[in-house]
Design a protein around this ligand. Structure first.
Ligand code: FES
Length: 172
């Protein structure tokens, strides 16, 4: 390739800044949603890659403090996922997850974050296609919202408030 083929910017060594992509944290229960993600992978179902998974034994384990920590560490969106009702390996774990999720939504609202940055979904081990669909939809939704205000703000200024809220929520 000669320098004639390059755009004027590239000839000057100027590269365009990388476009922003959302950073998403997915909390997935071991028995259903994590296995659903695995099914998507094994079936080679294409989905957006801008997420990190955190595997927990049951969605009932996902306390508001976990979600707040993810936002505190720079997540732009958090997806909580578990087994469908009636399929939880710990019987009532996903019912507890709903209670925890409601508390989390309230705290997220208090912090000034948009509701669309948080989502709760039930995905079974066989639902690889559904996992991909949820990831794609949620990523697009968070992309539209833009970077999280929480990660863009000076976290040090609000970290005291955040840890106080996390502690209070953890105790409840
Ligand atoms: S084991 Fe999956 S939600 Fe409880």
């Amino acid at each position: 390739m000669t320098s004639k083929n390059l755009s004027p910017k590239r000839q000057r060594g100027v590269t365009s800044p990388p476009s922003w992509e959302p950073s998403i944290v997915v909390f997935a229960c071991n028995w259903c949603s994590y296995a659903g993600a695995d099914t998507a992978g094994v079936s080679r179902i294409q989905h957006q890659p801008h997420f990190r998974m955190i595997r927990v034994m049951c969605s009932g384990r996902i306390q508001p403090g976990f979600v707040l920590r993810a936002f505190e560490k720079g997540a732009d969106g958090v997806l909580v996922s578990g087994c469908h009702f009636g399929d939880c390996h710990y019987i009532f774990g996903n019912e507890r997850a709903v209670e925890q999720f409601e508390k989390t939504k309230n705290v997220v609202k208090l912090l000034g974050l948009e509701e669309g940055r948080l989502r709760l979904e039930w995905i079974s081990a066989a639902e690889g296609a559904r996992f991909a669909e949820v990831i794609n939809e949620f990523t697009d939704q968070v992309r539209k919202l833009g970077p999280s205000k929480l990660s863009a703000r000076k976290l040090s200024a609000i970290s005291y408030q955040l840890s106080a809220i996390s502690q209070r929520v953890r105790r409840s």
